[in-house]
Design a protein around this ligand. Structure first.
Ligand code: UTP
Length: 232
């Protein structure tokens, strides 16, 4: 069975209120048990969220070396991946016991385990790009980016009430919004421009959805209709 690759935004591990966080983690574990029960193979590429931003911000006072700042971000992504890995092992899921550091390693772990968690790989991109590369290496047909906005918008909806939410869009339209330049360490866009360029070059379909609503993520993995944006 081909694997499902999910880029899970680090912000999802930090919902504002404690209760919301506990509820989300509980639902997340249930969903993963359900996927495993259905024989699905799932790789979760977890973002760095708040620890990445805090670590990069602290170091930025002392260095402007982008690769060094990215390396701090990568450590945070692996911390978040480890948190979810341990919470899934805790309930007996068939999870790879290591956090792979390359997408090739992750792809071979997917042959052995139902669930593989990883964070970043090397400086210069974010976990969105890692998820695209892992989809390539594990012959997955598409990548789901679970983040904290409902859709890709034409403009930032917080600044512009006229921002249009896309249900379907082309890579050309997405590139117009994100560009293809390397982002600053720790600076979050709806999708990493490097990932957009990579996916476009491979014609890899991307689904973007709000991962706070796990029913949407579940629907996307089950191949059902879901609320979000499809880029193809
Ligand atoms: P994230 O993948 O978390 O980026 O990587 P993000 O866009 O902020 O995503 P969310 O908000 O968590 O969903 C955090 C930082 O870690 C470095 C980059 O500096 C990135 O901004 N990083 C991550 C890498 O350099 N390489 C990687 O493979 C992954």
């Amino acid at each position: 069975m081909t694997a499902h690759i999910i880029a899970l935004g680090g912000s999802l591990l930090r919902p504002e209120e404690k209760e919301a966080r506990a509820a989300w983690l509980g639902q997340f574990r249930q969903m993963m048990v359900h996927f495993e029960g259905n024989g699905r193979r799932i790789a979760l590429v977890v973002g760095g969220g708040l620890p990445a931003r805090e670590g990069i911000e602290l170091a930025r006072h002392a260095t402007s070396d982008l690769d060094r700042l990215d390396t701090i971000g990568i450590a945070a992504t692996r911390l978040n991946a480890t948190i979810l890995q341990q919470l899934l092992l805790d309930i007996g899921c068939d999870v790879a016991p290591e956090i792979p550091t390359t997408t090739q390693e992750a792809a071979s772990l997917l042959d052995k385990y139902h669930i593989v968690l990883m964070g970043g790989t090397v400086p210069g991109h974010t976990t969105d790009a890692v998820a695209i590369a892992l989809a390539r290496d594990s012959s997955a047909s598409h990548v789901v980016i679970a983040t904290n906005v409902s859709h890709v918008y034409s403009k930032d909806p917080r600044d512009d009430p006229d921002a249009e939410a896309f249900t379907n869009m082309s890579f050309a339209q997405l590139v117009e919004i994100t560009g293809v330049e390397r982002a600053e360490p720790g600076v979050s866009a709806v999708i990493d421009p490097i990932a957009v360029g990579l996916a476009q070059s491979m014609a890899m379909r991307i689904a973007v959805l709000d991962g706070r609503e796990l029913s949407r993520l579940e629907a996307a993995i089950e191949g059902k209709e879901f609320e979000g944006t499809i880029i193809s």
